[in-house]
Design a protein around this ligand. Sequence first.
Ligand SMILES: [Ca+2]
Length: 533
Amino acid sequence: MMTREAILTSSTALRRRNDVRRNGRDAGGPPSGEGSYGAAGGPPSGEGSYGAPAMFGFSNPLGVLLCLLLTCLLGTSAAVAADRPNVLLLCIDDLRPELACFGKDYIHSPNIDQLAAAGRSFHRHYVQAPTCGASRYALLTGRYGPSGNGALFARAKQVASPNANVPPSMPGWFRQHGYTTVSVGKVSHHPGGRGGSDWDNDQQPEMPGDWTRHLLPAGSWQHPRGAMHGLANGEIRGQAGKMDVFQSVEGPDTIYPDGLITNRALEELEQLAGETTEQPFFLAVGIIRPHLPFGAPAQYMQPYRDIELPAVAHPEKPDGKTTWHGSGEFMKYNRWGRNPNEDAEFATAVRKHYAACVSFADAQVGRVMQRLDELGLRDDTIVILWGDHGWHLGEHAVWGKHTLFEESLRSPLIVSYPDIPAPGQSTQAIVETLDLFPTLADLAGLPKPDFVHGASLRPQLESPQADGGTAISYASARTIRTDTDRTIFHKGGHVEFYDHRRDPGETQNTAAEHAEIVKKRRETLEQRLADRD
Ligand SMILES: [Ca+2]
């Protein structure tokens, strides 16, 4: 915990910084467009060792020197950086937009609801890819990229190659402009951001040079790979068929990996709070639940034990060629021989355990937000809550992600910062994950990253009625979502078209009746993906 003096000192600095931000932040920053790719790597730091201080981090004199030098070269100054707001990015894994603040009152999500009440909820936020690694690539680079989970590791190889000309990532851009950048938990694809057989190899950073520190406290789960699919009290996934698909175990939050991740995030917040007069921070916290397997402390099951859930919408398997699949990621766990597509009682149990995991994740969000408030940092911090994609809980007879239906592609997004106009009002504007990088650069007063594919969401943040755009996503096929429809283009020419004005559940493919619109949608999609990585 900070001492009282430290909190007071910190508060004074925050007021000063707030004044700067309100009275002409834009005048203080360097001109836009100066960010050539040349400095993409940043100082060689962060990949020190997981859980240990970074070798060339900003706490190290050499690191400070390198950082200051780099900052001066970029035409800004440490003083300007110190006047910028902090960023707290909360990434939740596999979170459906099924929260009380998104209109689903049977879900107990008081902490995320509170954040929504102080910010803008985007009810039509679409991810670029319905799988963790590819979606996080779009978040962290602001660019359309590969559709596989190895997207960021492939980028890391490019960064390391001679004559690399890879655009900076979002944390890299903030680091180049004087921020301390820290990730805790699952922010990139691997929790802790390392490769290797147990995801703990310091020589294989997923995002080279982008994080001052990237951390994953594995505890009794032994290593980041163990933590990713960990169940209570150190159970690691060996053969998935021997691991229960859900569980509910009595005990504190720390009997699951997310409890440890949050503890570490709170420690980081305290340390960063003490440094914020010199350097603002970009702290990303990645909570693993509600990702499979659906295990959470028993207390989070309490709100759901005796309630009746609404019926699953459009539970029928779709006709014809679609991105439907057999729910392999779910089915491979121990299900006690039961199949939720054929067993209504089991389907309800799965949905309730997923809901318990959502409430568990919500509690972790609450702990981080409470500490942000206690440290007096809320008035100078931009907070984002982001889900990496949705999840089918039986819709279209799918239990999982990986489709190009609405259930996989729509996820929660909330942006909150001091003085946001009309706090608590949601927007229906269609926005994409890759809009977040330019949005945060804009809100923080950084030079505009003109190498990204997204656009700042400032219009929707200033007015919830502002128009949105269209959203592009990709997996084995590609899709475009407009205000009125979704079109999916398969390899080989097959097309799905769903008219959302008549068919919001995407159950009737009417491509044959909409040839002209389909043609237009294809042109837009091709145009938008022309510069895809
Ligand atoms: Ca995910």
